[in-house]
Design a protein around this ligand. Sequence first.
Ligand SMILES: Cc1ncc(COP(=O)(O)O)c(C=O)c1O
Length: 453
Amino acid sequence: MPDSTLPQSGAAREVTQKRSLVTELPGPRSRELAARRDAAVASGVSSLMPVFAARAAGAIVVDVDGNQLIDLGSGIAVTTVGHSVPAIVTGVQEQIEAFSHTCFTITPYEGYVAVCEALNRLTPGDFEKRSALFNSGAEAVENAVKIARRATGRDTVVVFDHAYHGRTNLTMAMTAKNMPYKDGFGPFAGEVFRAPMSYPLRDPLGTDGAAAAARAITEIESQVGAQRVACLVIEPIQGEGGFIEPAPGFLPALAAWCTANDVVFVADEVQSGFARTGRMFAVEHEGVVPDLVVTAKGIAGGMPLSAVTGRAEIMDAAHAGGIGGTYTGNPVSCAAALGVIATIESEGLVETGRRLGERLRSFLLGLQERFPEIGDVRGRGAMQAIELVVPGTHTPDAALAGRVAKYCHQQGVITLTCGTYGNVLRFLPPVTIGDELLDDALSVLAEAFETVR
Ligand SMILES: Cc1ncc(COP(=O)(O)O)c(C=O)c1O
């Protein structure tokens, strides 16, 4: 059994793909750094884990005290191909030695163009495309909206219940959850309309995808009017909102409505994209072809990069100089992205993620049989979650989710929570995690339920 399914870079080879705790968590060095952190870092910036990272390889994060933690979060769906992957490490090293910055809008460089070519090739849709690169997911979402408004001459942006699109002013308006993302940070950008989402666990019985789409469309048409809508922005599987996977048929019906009404259909694939769900992009599971696709996170293995990709006639609607920025598509991030894409393609990681998903799902379904607090198991590939409820009801149990996550952290397994009600445990391992390591992490999860429920 290999440690990890991928070869490792030089430094990373020294990290065995094993969980190992050599101090209590947090250890003494982490505690020292935490004290410095508290005195220096603004408290609005929170950290989930009490330990400080020293290095990472494959699916293992090594802390400053030498503890080895299993990473079931991938830095929130970023290191999808694994930490310290050679093609990324060498690409970044070579690029930074060549040059770190010229500003693409001043002196362009090949890496930017190559990333755009790759995105145009990889995103769904057999039509002429263009891409533009940015830094963060939120910045790319904002730019998708700018482009859609410019292309349609309309103002309104339709988003959904439980959506998360970022923390800038426009994307806060697009994000649903108040705490912690919006509270006290308004006023927010206008012309954002929130439509009802398809949420199979919580929708009235019998609400299939078509019915949920009809419900949303009725609200949009009656409260906004299709002729005022520039774009509809949706996460094909919602991330921070709780890994909500809409009922089959929901996304295709919305996409068809957009086409019929000249509304730009924007898939926010920031969390669900780049080989995360067993397809390159999550919309592909239902054969949906968005007009624009927003990508970030897994695109560049942790280097800051994001993108908007889509139909050439929409993307080209923005006037020269209307989109861009000093650092957008910086050459080092582009080199990392080319390393990520090469690794996904040469190692067949889309398929690896699909197989990992089967293993993860069958474990989680087994756990659900043992623990009635698990009200739902959902997601695809290496993006799966369990929603915790009071047994026999749909009442969210956020406290239990918090206890389970904390237990896992103490045992050296990085697990994340999410959800509008804070009651969802989500699993986002690197798709390259070895079976043995995944099984070890999942045995800790089972132990957590046995211990803290
Ligand atoms: C679906 C989605 N959109 C947008 C964002 C914002 O991305 P960033 O944090 O890079 O600004 C996120 C981040 O979690 C996300 O999950």
